[in-house]
Ligand binder design. Structure first.
Ligand SMILES: *Cc1c(COP(=O)(O)O)cnc(C)c1O
Length: 436
């Protein structure tokens, strides 16, 4: 089994996600042999800086010794047990610690394995809550233009990314998308804050008319990831919270991508000083190690299901919900946040990268250079429809893993990136821009 043939074997046997397989006739597929910190090491002898955290999940680098040790330790005790009728220490401790981080206001944790499943859970739970309260007509959802919540059918129904959605539209439930607060859509001279408030007005207009049939609003707090890292002012969330309360509609915060420090605070909702009714977490929950997601909710939602009748309970399940190894990785992740004061450390790193990235933001082909916490993004002014694929390839030549969304290039590096590596990232990106 020669490693040299790994990409070819993969293209024959593995159907890769989010990929038109035919494009790999021309595009390289990179076999990765191992990872260490921010680096991925290929079978081709090259290394790549994982500048997008392996699809936004990796927080503390590859092969992190502390997370590795925690998983090994858990492995020797219990790898998995079903969470119906049984429980285990890591899942209890994780739930208690997460609840504490929410000051106890979201004290009930419902687990699944991936982000889309968490979104399905939040949608079903919201609907079922209203149903149990005698409001079965509240069975619609409202979401934001350019929102992304995953690709299973329910999650795709509240997603507004044409490329992922259009082919499946006959399968999707009709869902309303209201104005996005993304400041790139602000009018000339309008501040990000004013635009966010104006977008919230559109939400209010919608709910004034449709609240009786609406169960929940679902949003990606502060950064709309998959549609191109659209960033917005927290004033939107603040107003959305009030509007949802006024119209008896749940607020679902999908922090699957933005949770765990990505926006500069541990959770994005903190910046608006709000608490959602249902909070979805995934991706960084295990620092990118293992599939685990959770929906956290209030006592109020929980109590609506607590009843003598079985059917009034939340009968949803995923086989690997609350997997013990994954919970072990999540606990080690929370330890690192605390012990290394990651949120503070990231602030200094963000300052450094913002400064270092000066030549990108002033590059003649770059528009809308923006930053939120540990996320950076900009649009490249080009009419080349193959830009994303060409740039990906040009970046690989600079030993960078960068996968643009359309003509939006973004960085979501692991938090362990150091100053030298940030300089490397900027310089390589500039060279890729000149050579793609
Ligand atoms: C990635 C993502 C999801 C889906 O998570 P999966 O683990 O890929 O199913 C949902 N919502 C947001 C905001 C995401 O970024």
């Amino acid at each position: 089994m020669s490693d040299k043939y790994l990409p070819e074997r993969s293209l024959k046997a593995v159907w890769h996600p989010c990929t038109q397989m035919k494009q790999h006739e021309a595009l390289p597929l990179i076999g990765i042999a191992r990872g260490e910190r921010v680096w991925l090491y290929g079978h081709d002898g090259k290394r790549y800086l994982d500048a997008i955290g392996s699809w936004w999940v990796n927080l503390f680098g590859h092969a992190n010794p502390r997370i590795n040790a925690a998983i090994r330790d858990q492995l020797d005790r219990l790898e998995h047990v079903m969470l119906a009728g049984f429980t285990h220490e890591p899942v209890v401790e994780l739930s208690e610690r997460l609840a504490k981080l929410m000051s106890g206001r979201l004290g009930h944790c419902f687990y699944s394995s991936d982000g889309a499943s968490a979104v399905e859970i939040a949608l079903k739970m919201s609907f079922h809550y209203w149903h149990n309260h005698g409001h079965p007509k509240k069975n619609r959802f409202v979401s934001l233009r350019n929102g992304y919540h995953g690709e299973t059918l329910g999650a795709l129904s509240v997603t507004d990314v044409a490329l992922f959605r259009d082919a499946y539209s006959p399968l999707l439930r009709d869902s309303r998308h209201v104005a996005t607060p993304d400041w790139r859509y602000a009018a000339e001279g309008e501040s990000a804050r004013d635009y966010a408030v104006r977008a919230a007005d559109a939400l209010e207009t919608h709910l004034a008319q449709y609240h009786a049939e609406t169960a929940a609003l679902i949003v990606e707090p502060l950064v709309q990831g998959a549609a191109g890292m659209g960033m917005y002012h927290p004033a939107y969330l603040k107003r959305a919270r009030t509007i949802c309360d006024d119209y008896q509609v749940h607020l679902i915060a999908d922090e699957i991508a933005v949770g765990f420090g990505r926006t500069g605070t541990l959770f994005a909702c903190e910046q608006a000083d709000i608490v959602a009714d249902l909070l979805c977490l995934g991706k960084g929950l295990t620092a990118g190690y293992l599939p685990l997601s959770v929906v956290m909710t209030t006592d109020r939602v929980y109590q609506a299901f607590y009843h003598d009748s079985v059917a009034q309970g939340f009968l949803h399940s995923h086989t690997h919900a609350g997997n013990a190894l994954a919970c072990g990785a999540a606990l080690a992740t929370l330890d690192i946040f605390e012990q290394d004061k990651i949120i503070d450390a990231n602030r200094a790193k963000a300052r450094y990268l913002n400064h270092a990235a000066g030549p990108i933001s002033s590059h003649p082909k770059v528009k809308n250079f923006r930053n939120c916490g540990m996320i950076w993004a900009f649009e490249v002014d080009t009419s080349d429809r193959a830009f994303a694929a060409k740039f990906f390839e040009a970046a690989l030549k600079q030993e960078l893993s960068l996968r643009p969304l359309g003509n939006t290039v973004y960085f979501m590096p692991p938090y362990v990136i150091d100053e030298q590596e940030m300089d490397w990232l900027v310089e390589g990106t500039l060279r890729a821009m000149d050579t793609y």
